[in-house]
Write a protein that binds this ligand. Sequence first.
Ligand code: FAD
Length: 429
Amino acid sequence: MSMENKTNIVVLGGGFAGIAAIKELLRHKSEINANITLIDRNDYHLFTPSLYEVATSEEPMGNIAIPFFEIFGKSINYVKGNVTKIDQTDHKLSVNEQTVNYDYLIICLGSEPAYYHIPGLQEHSYALKSLEDAVIIKGRIKDACCKENECNKKAQIIVGGGGFAGTELAAELLSYKDRLSKQNHLDPNCLELTIIQGSDRLLKELDDHVSKLATKRVSGPQVHLAFGGHIKEVNDKEVLTDDGKSYLYDVMLWTGGVQANSWAKTNAFEVNKRGQVNVNNFLQTKDPHIFAAGDIAGYIDTQTQKPVPNVAQVAEDQGRTAAGNVYNLLTKKTLVNYHFRHWGYVVPLKGRFAAAELGGNLHFDGFLGWILQEFVFLYYLLGIVGFGKAFKRWDKVLMDYDKNSRTDIRQATTLKPATILINNSLEKN
Ligand SMILES: Cc1cc2nc3c(=O)[nH]c(=O)nc-3n(C[C@H](O)[C@H](O)[C@H](O)COP(=O)(O)OP(=O)(O)OC[C@H]3O[C@@H](n4cnc5c(N)ncnc54)[C@H](O)[C@@H]3O)c2cc1C
C-alpha cells in the first residue's frame, strides 16, 4: 500500500490487453480506492491490425497510434519507459532509472518476432511489429524500387511466412507497388515478390477456400509463391531454404513467427515453451498478486487443451478478466474464470477486398469483407475513445485510404450515410 493508503495497481503494456484491463479497473474505481498506473515504452496505443497499411501507404497514418492520454485523460498515472526488472519480493519494477511500486500487477507486454535460431534471419530481415518498423519497411521498399529501376531492374522483395501476417503484407505490398510506381514514375512492375511458405498453401490455419481466395488475390506475373521449403539461412544477398533453393533479395521481410515478450523469461517467471507466463484459469501467475493477459499469457483452453490464439480479441477479453479479478480480490469476491471465445477473423486481401468470418460460420468475402473490416475498426475505436473521437479517427483513416488508393471512397454507396454523419459530427466538434 502507498502512503495515502491507496492500492497501487500497475498495468505493464498499453496494447489490447492493457487498455481493456485499465478500462475494466476504471469501471470499478469508486469501489477500490486505487492508483492505477500504466507503464509503456510508448505514449500511445497501437492498432496493430492496420500496421500493414502504414508499411505500404504513401503517408504515415498517425491515426492508428492513439495517445494514452486521449483514452484515459487524467484518470490514471503514466510512466513512459522500458520496464526491465521486477523484484517480486519487494513488489518493485525498474523502468529506465525509476522504481515503480505495485500491490497488484497485470502483465500485458505482448509478443516479439521469433527467429528460431535461423542463421542470419534476425540480422538481415525486417519484422513488422511497431510503428517504427512500418515506416522503415516502407522506406526500404521505396529505396529498393527506385534504385533497381535506375538499372532497369526489379526490386526483389521476399516475405518469409505465408500465414495471416505474411499474406496480408504481401497483398498490401502489391497495392503499394502500383502507387509507388505512379508517384515516382517507375516501371509499373518495379518489384517482384516472393512469398516463402513452409507448408503447401497460404493461410494454412484457415479453410481451404480462404487459402484459394488469398492465392488468387496475390497471384500475378510479379509474384512467386514458394511452397514447401523452410528458410534455413539468410545471408546479405540470398535466402536459402531446406529444399535446396535460394532466393536473391533486396528487402527481406519476416512474418514467420512470434513468441512472447522475452521480459517474462528474463525475469525468471515460469514460462511455457513459447515463452509465455504460465497462468491459471483466473489468469493469475504463481504469485497471486500478479496476473498476465494477451500474447504474453500462457493460457491453455480448458476445452481443447490447446493454447489460445495470439489475437487482439483474446487479449482484450483476457485483459478484462484479469482486471476484473484484481477487483474481485480487493473486494473479497469470488474470482472468475477466463473463457476463450472465437470471434472470427478478417484477412485484408488488397484494396477494398477482405476475407472475413464472424463467430465461426458467417463468411463475407470481397467488398463486404472489407466493409466489415472497416466497421471492426470503428467498433474498436468506439470502445476506447468514445463516439466523437472514434468517428473523427475513422473518417481520417478512410480519407487517407481514399487518397492513397486514388479512388473516391464516397462512391462506395454503403459507406455514404456513415460518411455524411461523420462530416456532421466533425463540424460540431
Ligand atoms: C502487423 C500485425 C498485424 C496484426 N493483425 C491482427 C489482426 O488483424 N487481428 C488480430 O486479432 N490480431 C492481429 N495481430 C495480433 C495482435 O496485434 C496481438 O494479438 C495483440 O496486439 C496482443 O495484444 P497484447 O496487449 O498482448 O500486446 P500488444 O498489443 O503487443 O501490446 C504490448 C504493449 O507492451 C508494450 N511493451 C512491450 N515491451 C515493453 C517493455 N519492456 N517496457 C514497456 N512497454 C513494453 C508495447 O509498447 C505495447 O504497447 C497483429 C499483429 C501484428 C504485429
